[in-house]
Design a binder for this molecule. Sequence first.
Ligand SMILES: Cc1ncc(COP(=O)(O)O)c(C=O)c1O
Length: 383
Amino acid sequence: MPSLAPHIASVPESGIRRIYEIAVELDDVISLGVGEPDQPGAPHILAAGAQAWADDLTGYTPNGGIGPLREAIVAKLARENAIEVDVEQVWVTVGGTQALHVAMRMLLGAGDQVLVPDPGYTTFTMSARMLEVEPVPYNLRAENDFLPDLDELERLVTDRTRVLIVNSPSNPLGTVLGRDLQLELLDFAKRHDLWVLSDEVYEYFTYGERHTSMASLDHDNRVFSVFSLSKTYALTGARVGYLVTPPGLSTVMRTLQEASIGCVAMPDQIAAVAAITGDHEHVADARRHYLSNLTAGASLLDELGFRHIVPAGAFYLWVDVSHATGGDVAGWAERFLLHERVAVAPGSAFGRSGEGWIRLCAAASEADLLEGIRRLPVPGTVH
Ligand SMILES: Cc1ncc(COP(=O)(O)O)c(C=O)c1O
């Protein structure tokens, strides 16, 4: 058999998938590992998608997406994100995942470096490795409220650095980058002439400060923004997201889309129009449900004596279990799943700084979340 491309071996396996694959083989598992909303899809969205299939709207669409969807996104960006763009700057993608990938493919070449949050969403590193790009982790440490440290970023930047990835609200941390910090990050990017790739897929789920879109603060066209319908509308399997680019890139974007996906499935795009233009009460309900779970989960963690983040966004709890893991949280999470029947995401799956921590997904029933927490090894007891 011929060999694979040599760099493919350097693409890290997802530590979350590993837990998921063990969990599906077991009975009675409390599932807090995968970042999957537990809400049903809203009827008006599902009906629009079903009608599109029934009407045989199954042909190719333009590479950037159908006109009504791109226009609905332009209006939403102006209304919700204070981002004023032309339709040609909006590209409908296969979830946020492909938006990230296509942006990285456009901005980074082999041997370049990209600054990625650590802990941070796994795909940032995986995509970089697939492109023979070096991911350079910047730490989000407890000592700095789990926020980026500008001095550290200054130390990490080299003449090969081309892109800074930011993610707010953060997966896995649930932290939010405030406006002032985003301005400082933009300033840093400008000083070093970097592109910024801003992942905002949890934009609708913030619990204090309202979400700020990096591109709304950008005056010199260096920000690419990644959005998704997956989390907002509980449509993770519909696979619709979008990339918002600076102006003047439509020819290259069209080519990249053509060669990688062609287009997103038309019924999914039609469902997406219904989602974006339709009633949002179900999104408000989901937000209330996540906040209520996060509050209940955080207060139980406090009661039991766990160190954790009080999330300002997304739907995750980031919990210190280093007292029980012996320096190998990934191995511990597997044993914990087998013995206690609770699936959690090991923090090390999100980068080196995640060692000793776990991520619990609070997009679950409150009963499951609280029971999952009760089964954790309490600090200060012998394990
Ligand atoms: C930070 C972040 N970005 C992007 C994605 C990708 O989402 P999707 O491809 O389902 O839209 C996820 C999914 O978990 C995420 O957590």
